[in-house]
Design a protein around this ligand. Structure first.
Ligand code: ZN
Length: 162
């Protein structure tokens, strides 16, 4: 019996990879940790330096997105439980993997199901919007595919040959 994993999709960067990977993150490796953050805007706080207040909107590294910040003095800071995923549970998708993508609103609703088919791995050749990516899907529109990963859709994965 092939091993079926449940988890979420993500775009994954690592320093030195020069682009994003299409990855699946296994829920079996999901846990939580406590961070000190603003509950309104999500900005991270250094618990050792509470007087240092981050201000202004901040670009999110490598994404072209901007993280909006509260105005100075309007943050609501406290401990927040944030999900954290172990690297062990991260799978870079490969051609031949069996993937099922579900709706975020209704996780029983299948949006796409099929065998992953990717173009060959490249460095600094492929882009999707503002993102450097290593390869593109061959059997689904890249804008549809990319949103599944950017938005972190729930998914099921069976790795080829396992
Ligand atoms: Zn805030």
């Amino acid at each position: 019996m092939p091993k079926t994993m449940k988890g979420v999709l993500d775009l994954y960067w690592e320093t030195g990879t020069e682009g994003a990977y299409w990855v699946f993150e296994d829920d079996a490796y999901l846990s939580t940790r406590i961070e000190t953050k603003c509950r309104k805007c999500g900005r991270w706080w250094n618990p050792e330096k509470p007087e240092f207040e981050p201000d202004g909107d901040k670009p999110i590294e490598n994404t072209g997105l901007i993280m909006r910040s509260c105005k100075k003095g309007e943050h609501d800071v406290g401990p927040v439980e944030v999900p954290t995923r172990d690297y062990e549970g991260l799978h870079i998708l490969k051609t031949g993997d069996r993937l099922t993508v579900y709706s975020k609103d209704d996780p029983s609703h299948v949006l796409w199901e099929g065998n992953v088919q990717l173009t060959p791995f490249t460095v600094y050749k492929d882009t999707w919007g503002a993102y450097w990516i290593h390869n593109k899907p061959k059997n689904i529109d890249i804008d549809v595919w990319g949103r599944y990963f950017l938005d972190g859709h729930p998914a099921q994965l069976i790795i080829k040959g396992k």
